[in-house]
Write a protein that binds this ligand. Structure first.
Ligand code: SIN
Length: 351
């Protein structure tokens, strides 16, 4: 019988119990906080709770069936509400995942995370961690104290996926509400529903249910080992702005004055930008600020308009990446020393 092994010290490999089953995959669970680790004063409260207050040991103890799918060792990397995710914590998490992937003692990694910025962390790791072992993020929409809390099953499913050979080489995955998504495609689409994550237009990669994992398609774009991106401590400053009726150029001028290296625009429709804002962005691009057009719509692509428009203005287009994922890719590309619009466009077309 396998035992759940836990360590409550930050980023430590110390364990509190040791019996394992050699037949089972060895999965490291890294806890970062979120609603999955949230607690409310009573079981019917699913909005007035505190995220990230329940430790990883308690999360694992709530899922005894984990012992039959994996030998789990756990670490409390952080205890945050993911709205407060920081660049420093991203660095720490990615470095820890890289260390675990390099270890002969570990077959896969699961990360518990808040839902609010999960898609950003997942895409960051998809582009920067180096290994082909499964890395699976999961989360919950209801706190651990809730009636019908969704965290325990999501955690069990994530560990199940991380232990499967079919999950190798697929980049970073998100297991949520029985679905398996690619980190590149997945977005949060509901403020409250337990099926809060979708991969708009393209759909999930597969599903996990009752211990069975089935992939319906693979991941086509390069990721993990096949990217030039590495995690470091230096993060270029990139901000996101939105275009809307009546918007002015004030935000753009303020960002340029503050010295940002990049601006991602959540444009209307096919990434269109109010003319007042567009003029300011073109001026910013001319001074060397990287400008990326994405869309606030939530699905679809932002098409590159070529010589007549984007190239003349110095703009890069984000394709199917939403503004927040476009920001992740732009930060990594700038950190890798890519600065021209042409070089950045190649990155957006590829990753
Ligand atoms: C968070 O993102 O940490 C809080 C919200 C959630 O996990 O659903």
């Amino acid at each position: 019988m396998a035992a759940v092994r836990t360590s409550l010290t930050i980023a430590a490999m110390n364990t509190t119990s040791a019996s394992t089953s050699s037949a089972l995959p060895r999965i490291a669970v890294l806890a970062t906080g979120g609603t999955i680790a949230g607690a409310a004063p009573d079981a019917t409260n699913t909005s007035g709770y505190q995220a990230g207050v329940v430790g990883v040991g308690q999360l694992l103890a709530a899922v005894p069936s984990l012992a039959s799918v994996a030998n789990v060792q756990a670490e409390q990397v952080a205890s945050v509400d993911s709205k407060d995710m920081t660049l420093a914590l991203w660095t720490k998490l990615a470095q820890r995942v890289n260390a675990l992937l390099a270890s002969d003692e570990i077959d896969g990694v699961v990360i518990t995370h808040g839902t609010d910025t999960l898609e950003e962390t997942a895409y960051l790791l998809h582009l920067t961690v180096k290994g082909d072992k499964p890395v699976v993020l999961t989360a919950a929409m209801r706190p651990s104290s809730a009636l019908s809390a969704d965290g325990p099953l999501n955690l069990l499913n994530a560990v199940t996926v991380a232990g499967k050979a079919e999950a190798k080489g697929q980049g970073v995955l998100v297991a949520f509400n029985n679905r398996i998504h690619s980190a590149r495609d997945v977005v949060k689409t509901s403020t409250y529903a337990v099926d809060a994550f979708q991969s708009p237009e393209i759909g999930a990669l597969g599903w996990v249910q009752d211990g069975r994992v089935e992939f319906q398609r693979g991941v086509v774009r390069p990721h993990t080992l096949a990217t030039p991106f590495v995690i470091g401590d230096a993060w270029p400053v990139v901000e996101v702005v939105t275009s809307y009726a009546g918007v002015s150029r004030v935000a753009i001028d303020a960002l340029v004055a503050a010295g940002v290296q990049g601006i991602v625009v959540a444009g209307t429709g096919n990434g269109s930008i109010h003319s007042a804002m567009q003029t300011a962005l073109a001026e910013a691009a001319a001074t060397g600020v990287a400008v990326v057009r994405s869309s606030r719509v939530g699905s679809g692509h932002v098409m590159h308009n070529g010589a007549a428009a984007d190239d003349a203005l110095g703009f890069v287009t984000a394709g199917a990446l939403n503004p927040y994922k476009a920001r992740v890719l732009l930060m990594l590309a700038l950190a890798a020393g890519l600065t021209t619009a042409a070089a950045l466009q190649q990155v957006f077309d590829r990753y």
